[in-house]
Design a protein around this ligand. Structure first.
Ligand code: BG6
Ligand code: MG
Length: 209
């Protein structure tokens, strides 16, 4: 019996893909590093510093650890400019109905995101006070596919891991959910999930509870 659903934020509740892409692209162009949307897709669910390592695979020079931190900070500065433009209209189709329906049926809802910008994004889309628990990049040491972010969300809710379901758009996130011992739902084609749906507007999650 599922008592809680833990949602990834980026790409499940709100689409920030373009904001991440534009910010990485700006930084990469300035550094003369090749970057495209295919590379951007590999950054889904991956932490900021791990994402930077993927971006730097195309770099022609070596960067010191100090320089890497500066690059990540620069990218995040651009990203923060873009996400201040997000509004509740950027909540993805079906997400709000899904959340409301789960809550109406007594199911707890939480966020499990690798992003340190989660609080800002939730504020921008008007959902700061909506969730029963928010576990994000600020309270974890290991990023997805490590299960830590989902385990911490379940702990905050005080619900056993086996009674939680996660919803993800990243392969790394599905793997994290499985390693957490949770039921997994994928949207937008993430691979390896127990249940695959196109997006949250296509199917009600209640039937999988
Ligand atoms: C995830 C995104 O939610 O957060 C990744 O899918 C991103 O693309 C990661 O790298 C970390 O985000 P932030 O906001 O902490 O840089
Ligand atoms: Mg995601």
């Amino acid at each position: 019996m599922i008592k809680a659903v833990i949602f990834d934020l980026d790409g499940v509740i709100v689409s920030t893909d373009d904001c991440h892409y534009e910010a990485w692209k700006k930084m990469a162009d300035e550094e003369d590093i090749y970057f495209d949307k295919t590379i951007n897709n590999r950054l889904r669910g991956v932490s900021r510093m791990e994402s930077l390592e993927i971006v730097l695979e195309r770099a022609t020079k070596e960067y010191s650890e100090e320089e890497k931190l500066q690059l990540a900070e620069r990218k995040n500065g651009y990203y923060k400019e873009f996400i201040t433009k997000l509004t509740p209209a950027d909540i993805l189709p079906g997400a709000m109905n899904t959340l409301d329906e789960l809550r109406a049926n007594g199911i707890k809802v939480a966020i499990g995101s690798s992003s340190k910008n989660t609080p800002v994004i939730l504020k921008q889309i008007g959902l700061s006070d909506y969730f029963d628990a928010v576990s994000d990049g600020n309270n974890i040491t290991n990023s997805k596919p490590d299960p830590e972010v989902f385990l911490k969300a379940a702990d905050m809710l005080d619900i056993p891991y086996g009674e939680c379901m996660i919803v993800e758009d990243a392969d790394a996130g599905i793997e994290a959910g499985k390693r957490a011992g949770m039921k997994t739902v994928s949207v937008h084609g993430a691979k390896g999930a127990d249940i695959e749906i196109e997006d949250l507007s296509k199917k009600s999650l209640i039937k999988f509870i």
